[in-house]
Design a protein around this ligand. Structure first.
Ligand code: ZN
Length: 405
């Protein structure tokens, strides 16, 4: 069984140990040490990384796992010479302290949140997950509820930050079995032996084998980001410590820039933004109405300039502007509402030539066949077809063929 040095001092970063065993798993070497500061993955807390070194070689520790016998295995990167420490060889180790401290902030903060959740809602927490960016915890609420209102979430966050400010000492210890039964644990331990208790300022007490800070104030800040139902429970997304302060800096910079652009205070940004967005939507609607009117106003001039065929049919050939695109169909319908009209319209938009061909009901020309004959993609009904082309060739072909309808 590996002696867990992190239980004695979670703030220690270097240690000396002896290699007990070596094994290969999936082609990667793993070392079991007689003692270690490397925390193995467990209880939702990721493993520590860092280095192990002998007199002349250094090995990066990339993964750490405990087995059922209590040995802690360290997956190491083989050094350039390919030499691994042997059983019985002395090694020195150093954990990646910023990574561990971050995990301790998230983990200790989670204890405080879990306690505040229990205190304010009676709910129990399970399944802590310290993710790369965000942490989550699932809450079982009474009566199978899977939601908490916004005010309750704010109350939990506020109480948690108050507990941080009260700066209770964090004490982790293995109580004798008889006194364990008398301790006011927040929930029943999940293990039966070697039960380690974590006590934070006397208000939070629960069995836990993780690494913790030494005082509540070292958590710094707790921010609950959101909560949503997940598998019959309520999943809480949160950040603690430096993650929360970095998040605050990002959010404040964004809010303050938005406030400055909108000429309001940060707290007024959502209401002002809603007004601005509504104004923009109204303006877009008004603009669309004006543009449609403007497009349809072209009807008399287009009819006037139409190509008149020998049998009296008129062919309107029009290359419109991109702003006419939304009203293109309405324009075609206005044109062919007249007798004996063939309308050939083209609008360039988003790098494509958009084609719309239509004819009056009193004609028999099949525009579906026509659009295929000029090499454009598209189709529709004999009297009304849409098409598009990446280049101008089909449109040019349509203009050439128009006098021969
Ligand atoms: Zn813990």
């Amino acid at each position: 069984m590996t002696h867990r040095l992190y239980y004695e001092d979670a703030f220690q970063t270097t240690f000396e140990a002896t290699v007990e065993q070596m094994k290969l798993a999936d082609g990667k070497p793993w070392l079991a040490l007689d003692r270690t500061l490397f925390y193995p993955e467990g209880g939702g807390q990721p493993y520590d990384t860092g280095i192990l070194h002998t007199e002349d070689h250094q090995f990066a520790v990339c993964d750490v796992q405990a087995d059922e016998s209590g040995l802690i295995w360290h997956q190491v990167e083989v050094s350039e010479s390919g030499r691994l420490p042997e059983a019985g060889e002395a090694v020195k180790g150093r954990i990646d302290w910023p990574r561990r401290f971050d995990h301790m902030q998230q983990h200790t903060g989670e204890h405080i949140i879990a306690n505040c959740v229990h205190h304010l809602t009676g709910g129990f927490t399970h399944g802590l997950h310290i993710g790369h960016e965000v942490c989550t915890i699932d809450i079982s609420l009474s009566d199978g509820q899977t939601r908490l209102d916004e005010q309750t979430l704010l109350d939990i966050e506020s109480l948690a930050n108050q507990k941080i400010a009260e700066d209770g000492a964090v004490r982790c210890y293995f109580p004798p079995k008889e006194s364990l039964e008398t301790l006011p644990l927040r929930k029943d331990p999940t293990v039966k032996e070697n039960i380690r208790v974590c006590d934070i300022g006397g208000f939070e007490m629960v069995a836990c084998g993780g690494t913790h800070l030494s005082r509540a104030s070292q958590v710094g800040l707790i921010k609950i980001l959101s909560a949503q139902p997940a598998r019959g429970k309520l999943r809480l997304f949160f950040l603690c410590g430096l993650r929360a302060t970095r998040h605050y800096a990002i959010c404040y910079t964004a809010a303050s820039r938005a406030a400055s652009q909108l000429s309001v205070k940060e707290a007024e940004v959502p209401d002002r933004l809603a007004e601005v967005l509504k104004q923009a939507a109204d303006t877009r609607r008004e603009l669309a109405v004006m543009r449609r009117r403007e497009t349809l106003a072209k009807v008399p001039a287009l009819l006037e300039g139409a190509l008149v065929l020998a049998d009296g049919r008129r062919v309107v050939i029009a290359e419109l502007e991109e702003k006419d695109h939304p009203a293109m169909e309405a324009l075609a319908r206005e044109l062919v509402a007249q007798r004996r009209i063939i309308a050939l319209l083209c609008v360039p938009a988003q790098g494509r030539h958009n084609l719309l061909f239509a004819r009056s009901d009193d004609l028999s020309l099949n525009l579906n066949e026509f659009i295929k004959s000029i090499g454009a993609k598209g189709g529709g009904r004999p009297e009304f077809v849409r098409g598009a082309a990446n280049d101008s060739l089909p449109w040019e072909a349509a203009k050439v063929m128009a006098p021969h309808f």
